[in-house]
Ligand binder design. Structure first.
Ligand code: PGA
Length: 250
């Protein structure tokens, strides 16, 4: 686990985008796992900026998103399909046929989960997975208590997650109650993981993650067992841990 403590969010986004651009240049057919939410927005902005300035090409890459809300169609402005188009795909030369996100409006979510998991396997899995973290330790929408053996599955969102995401919706009642998410075992199969943690609402999560204790009560803790993880933590999220030597050494 390589942990980089970074002064502030903008710089974190720059470091993350550089790492992604480096991999895309080296491996033009790379399969990227993508995350949504507030944290990766700055990284996607930097990828777009670089695309305009340096024309890094995304034509050969394939992407898989971590999750999608149940009940939202692709064109719904709160769907993660919409988010990805809006925050990244519409602004670079990616081939949209090679971008995959679970379909939240499939009337048979169990079938959709199976289809998505199989698709990931058929395509050979994710090379570099970008992750955020919930303040409750969720990765993707794998809430506390999710099995470490889980594959793509249907989840009930916790009240804490719905409250955290209500800022993107007109009101909390509009936040879906369920989602499809890659499972923890699915995420752990990625060859490399880049975890971005920003803001003081993530302070407790950072402490628990870096304690090294691995438990299904705190899903992100499993990342301690992945062989190739980089974690970027901004100062607000690191809090007082930012000064601990362990943060730099681990
Ligand atoms: P955030 O969400 O980036 O909006 O904080 C992260 C997550 O819930 O995984």
């Amino acid at each position: 686990m390589e942990i980089k403590s970074i002064e502030e969010y903008h710089e974190m986004s720059l470091v993350a985008s550089k790492m992604i651009i480096d991999r895309v240049k080296k491996y033009p057919n790379i399969k990227l796992g993508l995350a949504t939410g507030g944290t990766p927005e700055g990284t996607y902005q930097q990828l777009i900026k670089d695309y305009h300035e340096n024309r890094t090409s995304y034509q050969g890459i394939t992407t898989f998103n971590l999750d999608e809300y149940i009940g939202l169609a692709e064109e719904d402005s709160n769907s993660y399909h919409y988010y990805m188009d809006n925050h990244l795909f519409d602004h670079i030369d990616i081939n949209k046929e090679n971008t995959f996100i679970p379909k939240g409006d499939n009337l048979n979510p169990a079938e959709e989960c199976e289809r998505y998991e199989l698709l990931l396997q058929e395509k050979g899995g994710v090379d570099l997975q970008i992750l955020g973290i919930g303040s409750n330790g969720h990765i993707g929408f794998n809430e506390p208590g999710s099995s470490f053996k889980s594959r793509t599955h249907l989840v009930e969102l916790t009240p804490a997650t719905r409250e955290a995401n209500a800022r993107f919706f007109p009101s909390i009642e509009d936040v879906p109650k369920q989602a499809i998410t890659m499972g923890i075992a699915t995420i752990m199969k990625s060859k490399e993981i880049l975890l971005l943690i920003s803001g003081d609402s993530k302070k407790e999560a950072v402490k628990r993650l870096l304690s090294g204790k691995v438990s299904e009560d705190f899903p992100a803790s499993i990342l301690n067992q992945h062989p190739n993880v980089t974690i970027l933590i901004d100062q607000a999220a690191a809090g007082s841990m930012g000064t601990y030597p362990m943060l730099l050494m681990k």
